[in-house]
Design a protein around this ligand. Structure first.
Ligand SMILES: CC(C)(COP(=O)(O)OP(=O)(O)OC[C@H]1O[C@@H](n2cnc3c(N)ncnc32)[C@H](O)[C@@H]1OP(=O)(O)O)[C@@H](O)C(=O)NCCC(=O)NCCS
Length: 164
C-alpha cells in the first residue's frame, strides 16, 4: 500500500472510487465525484492523496481551502473502494491527510461524517460547534493543528459545497 499525492492521471480512477464508495455507503450520494471535480476546477483543492495497491487507486482524500476561518482546510470527500473496506486504508489516508495538512501550515481541519470513525483521529464535534456554520453536531467535527488556531467564528467550506 502506497499513499501519495494525486496526479491528473489518477482522476478517472479517483472518480470511480468515489462513486462506488458513496453509492455503497450508508448514506449514498452520487454527487461526491462531481464535488471533487468542482473543487479542482475552482482552484480550491489544497491537498489530494491517493492510496494505491498493486498499481491501482483504491482510496482518495480531498482537503480544500475553506472560506472561513482563515487557514482552515475542509476534509472530504474521503473514499475507499468497497471491496477494500475495513483493511485500514481509510485510516492510513486520514493519518497522511492530517500530516500533510500540518506540513501545509493549516491551522485546523473541519469535516462532516460519522464521529465513530473520525474521533479516533482526534476530531471532535465540540471543537466544530463553537463555530457558526450550516452544519450540526455530531457530524460536523474539527481538529486543531496549531496553538493559534481560531476557537470560534464562522466556518464555511469552499464554494463547491454549495452552502449558499
Ligand atoms: C469511511 C471509509 C472511508 C472507511 O474506509 P476503510 O478503508 O474501511 O477504513 P479503515 O479500514 O481504516 O477503518 C474502518 C474502521 O472504521 C469503521 N468505519 C468505517 N466506516 C465507518 C462509518 N461510516 N461509520 C462508522 N465507522 C466506520 C469500521 O468499522 C472500521 O473499524 P475497525 O477498525 O474497528 O474495524 C469507507 O468506508 C468509505 O469510503 N465509505 C463510503 C464513503 C464515506 O462514507 N466516506 C466518509 C464520509 S466523507
Amino acid at each position: 500500500m502506497n499513499i501519495r499525492p494525486r496526479t491528473p492521471d489518477d482522476d478517472e480512477a479517483i472518480a470511480e472510487v468515489t462513486r462506488s464508495a458513496f453509492t455503497a455507503g450508508p448514506r449514498g450520494h452520487a454527487g461526491e465525484a462531481e464535488l471533487v471535480e468542482a473543487l479542482r476546477r475552482d482552484g480550491d483543492a489544497a491537498i489530494e492523496l491517493v492510496a494505491e495497491m498493486d498499481g491501482r487507486v483504491v482510496g482518495h482524500v480531498m482537503l480544500s481551502t475553506m472560506r472561513d476561518p482563515t487557514g482552515a482546510l475542509g476534509l472530504g470527500p474521503l473514499s475507499t473502494s468497497p471491496e477494500a473496506w475495513r483493511r485500514g486504508i481509510g485510516s492510513m489516508l486520514m493519518d497522511a491527510a492530517i500530516a500533510r495538512a500540518t506540513g501545509y501550515g493549516a491551522t485546523m481541519i473541519f469535516l462532516l461524517g460519522n464521529p465513530d470513525f473520525y474521533r479516533r483521529f482526534g476530531f471532535a464535534s465540540e471543537t466544530a460547534a463553537a463555530f457558526d456554520s450550516a452544519y450540526d453536531p455530531p457530524y460536523f467535527q474539527a481538529l486543531r493543528l496549531t496553538k493559534d488556531a481560531p476557537r470560534s467564528g464562522r466556518a464555511r467550506y469552499a464554494r463547491a459545497f454549495g452552502e449558499d
